[in-house]
Design a protein around this ligand. Structure first.
Ligand SMILES: [Ca+2]
Ligand SMILES: [Ca+2]
Ligand SMILES: [Ca+2]
Length: 303
């Protein structure tokens, strides 16, 4: 009986010379024995790079080298071409297809490039799609499926999530000469004062605080250059009627507004005409301020 153990994951032929020896030491002529170990196809293999983390804006993305170490199988990459299979990646599922444009779901090329097209993340939270991919030998074996994540941040720079519209809204960045280096963020889509305050807070900011007549006039000038002349500011007397405070808790100092102060004539009047509870929020109205119903909609400025 012929017995041998081939080395693991190898194949090929070996020619052996065989002789027969009897008990008296007489040896036959040698005969040739050819042992052939045929190849067995092993499953292909690959590794994946780390999950892409992307901004909220839409776009077409391509990550060369996302799939790496792409192999036909153990000791098979240097095999003759007739023993190799064409390889293709199949992205068999993604659990959050809303992240991708129609026709833009993730694919991975045979060379390992990950491609996809993102929609804009209109939500207020980071979002993730978990996809499953396998590597297939066309006509041969496949790997088991393996997960990879694509993660997209919430609103990108220059925008903030606005709950009422369930959307990222871009703001206009304003600067004024008297306060160089300070940026004010103007939102032109009107919200109530509390909603506007929440948007500013989501950016780590507050509804704008005005500290003197020069800053007030310069900001008003910057706003009216691009949009209307009415907008919420941070001043309010919601915690105590008539005690006007800024969102940082500081009080209004009207002495910094010479020549008649910041208010429109007759304001603030806590008018019951707009709201039976009076008026507790302050808005810019054509260059001077008035108190107004907090639940009415106006553009607003974060500062
Ligand atoms: Ca193989
Ligand atoms: Ca009031
Ligand atoms: Ca008023």
């Amino acid at each position: 009986m012929l017995t041998f153990t081939p080395a693991a994951n190898t194949y090929g032929s070996s020619v052996c010379n065989v002789t027969l020896v009897d008990g008296g030491g007489l040896r036959s002529a040698s005969a040739q024995l050819t042992v052939t170990v045929t190849p067995v196809n092993d499953p292909p293999s690959f590794t994946l790079g780390s999950a892409p983390f992307l901004a909220a804006n839409p776009g077409t993305f391509s990550f060369p080298g996302f799939a790496r170490n792409i192999s036909q199988g153990l000791n098979e990459d240097s095999a003759p071409p007739e023993l190799q299979f064409p390889l293709q990646f199949n992205v068999i599922s993604c659990n959050n297809l809303a992240m991708f444009e129609a026709g833009g779901s993730p694919t991975i090329t045979a060379a390992g490039t990950l491609d996809f097209k993102l929609t804009q993340n209109m939500g207020g939270l980071e979002r993730t799609s978990v996809c499953q991919v396998l590597l297939q030998e066309v006509g041969g074996l496949a790997t088991s499926s393996r997960p990879f994540n694509i993660i997209q941040s919430r609103c990108s720079a220059g925008a903030a999530y606005v709950k009422r519209f369930d959307a990222c809204q871009f703001y206009r960045a304003l600067t004024i000469p008297s306060n160089p280096g300070v940026e004010y963020n103007m939102f032109t889509d009107a919200l109530t004062w509390p909603e506007a305050a929440t948007v500013c807070q989501s950016m780590g900011r507050r509804l704008v605080k005005l500290t003197d007549a020069t800053q007030d006039a310069q900001l008003y000038s910057a706003v009216t250059a691009i949009t209307g002349n009415q907008y919420w500011i941070g001043l309010n007397d919601q915690s105590q009627e008539g005690a006007y405070r800024w969102p940082d808790g500081s009080s209004l100092v009207t002495a910094n507004w010479p020549n008649g102060g910041p208010w429109l004539p007759g304001e603030p009047n806590n008018s019951l005409a707009t709201n039976v509870l009076g008026e507790d929020c302050v808005m810019m109205n054509g260059g001077k301020w008035r108190d107004w119903d907090c639940n009415k909609d106006w553009p607003y400025i974060c500062g």
